[in-house]
Design a protein around this ligand. Structure first.
Ligand code: C2E
Ligand code: MG
Ligand code: MG
Ligand code: MG
Length: 290
C-alpha cells in the first residue's frame, strides 16, 4: 500500500510539473516566467482522393517538451482541457496551420488545411474573432480551412454548437464531423449541420475489411452523406485492402499510415514535392449525385 501511495504521489508530481509547463507554453496569466516549456509543434498528415492526389492535410498538435521530448496529444490534451488552456492551444495551432497552408499554396501545393476544435473551443466566445483574424491576416482562402468537430462534442450542447457552426460556415470555412461512428452516431442531426465533410472513425475503417456488417454500415453512411452533399473521408487507413474497400464503398478520400504518418512541416513539404502537386483547385470533392 505504501508503494502504491508513493507511485500515486509521483504521478501527481509529474502531472503538476506538466501543468506548470503547459501554463507557460499556452500563455496562462498565472504562468511562471522562468520555466522552459518547449514549444507547440504542428504535424501534418495528408488526405488523398480516389485518384491518389493530395486533397488536404490535417494539422495534429505535438508538444516539444524540453524534459520529455515530443509528446502526442494523448499525453497532454486532457490537462489542457482540465486547466482551461484550450483557447491558447487552439490559437497557436490555428495560426501555425493557416500560415503553413498559405506557404504551401505559394509553393504550388494548394490544399485544404484541417484543424481540430474541441467542444470547449466551439463554445468559446472568441472563436469567431480568431477565425476572422487568421483568415484576414494570413490571406488563406476560407474554403481551404476545414474545422473538425467531433459528433460527441456537438452532443454536449447541440443547439448552441449548431448555431456556432452556422456562424463559422457563414465565413465560408468547411466543417467536418470527426470520429463519425465512434459514439452514438445519429444521421438524423446531420441535416441540421452546415457540414461539408464526414470523417469516418478509425474503428469503422479497422473493421471494414473483416466485418461485413461494418462494410454495410459504411456503405449506407456514405450513401446518405452523399445525398446530403457531404464529402466522406476515412481515417486510420493502414493497408491497401482497406483503401480499395473504402473506395469501393464510395469513400471520397482517405487518410492514414498507408499514405503517410503525421509529419513535420519540412517533411510534409518534401513528401508533397515527391508525391506531385496537389490539385490546383482545393474545392470540395463533388459528392456523387443521389
Ligand atoms: P483525430 O482528430 O481523430 O486525429 C487522428 C489521429 O489518428 C491522430 O492521432 C493520428 O496521428 C492518428 N492516425 C492517423 N492515421 C492513423 C493510422 O493509419 N492508424 C492509426 N492507428 N492512427 C492513425 P494524434 O495525432 O495522436 O491525435 C489524437 C487526437 O488528438 C486527434 O484525433 C484529435 O482529436 C486530438 N487533437 C490533435 N491535434 C489537436 C488540436 O490541435 N486541437 C484539438 N482540440 N485536438 C487535437
Ligand atoms: Mg481530427
Ligand atoms: Mg478523427
Ligand atoms: Mg479519431
Amino acid at each position: 500500500l505504501a508503494a502504491h501511495d508513493a507511485a500515486a504521489a509521483r504521478a501527481d508530481e509529474q502531472r503538476g510539473q506538466l501543468v506548470e509547463e503547459l501554463k507557460v507554453l499556452l500563455h496562462s496569466p498565472d504562468a511562471a516566467d522562468d520555466l522552459d516549456a518547449g514549444r507547440v509543434v504542428v504535424h501534418y498528415q495528408p488526405q488523398l482522393d480516389a485518384d491518389g492526389q493530395v486533397a488536404g492535410v490535417e494539422a495534429l498538435v505535438r508538444w516539444d517538451n524540453p524534459r520529455l521530448g515530443l509528446l502526442t496529444p494523448d499525453r497532454f490534451l486532457d490537462l489542457v482541457e482540465d486547466y482551461a488552456l484550450m483557447p491558447g492551444l487552439t490559437t497557436e495551432v490555428m495560426w501555425q496551420a493557416a500560415e503553413q497552408a498559405v506557404r504551401w499554396t505559394q509553393q504550388g501545393h494548394r490544399l485544404r488545411m484541417s484543424v481540430n476544435l474541441s467542444a470547449s473551443c466551439l463554445d468559446h466566445p472568441g472563436l469567431l474573432l480568431l477565425v476572422d483574424e487568421v483568415l484576414t491576416r494570413t490571406g488563406l482562402t476560407p474554403t481551404d480551412l476545414v474545422l473538425e468537430v467531433t459528433e460527441t462534442s456537438l452532443m454536449a450542447n447541440p443547439q448552441a454548437s449548431i448555431a456556432r457552426l452556422h456562424d463559422l460556415a457563414a465565413r465560408g470555412v468547411d466543417i467536418s464531423i470527426d470520429d463519425y461512428g465512434s459514439g452514438y452516431s445519429s444521421l438524423a442531426y446531420l441535416h441540421d449541420l452546415p457540414a461539408t465533410e464526414l470523417k469516418l472513425d478509425r474503428s469503422l475503417t479497422a473493421q471494414v475489411t473483416t466485418n461485413p456488417r461494418t462494410a454495410d454500415i459504411v456503405a449506407g453512411t456514405v450513401a446518405l452523406a452523399h445525398r446530403l452533399g457531404l464529402r466522406v473521408i476515412a481515417e486510420g487507413v493502414e493497408d491497401v485492402t482497406m483503401l480499395t474497400t473504402l473506395h469501393a464503398l464510395g469513400c471520397d478520400e482517405t487518410q492514414g499510415y498507408l499514405h503517410a504518418r503525421p509529419m513535420t512541416a519540412d517533411d510534409c513539404r518534401a513528401w508533397l514535392d515527391a508525391t506531385g502537386p496537389a490539385r490546383t483547385t482545393a474545392t470540395a470533392t463533388a459528392a456523387a449525385p443521389a
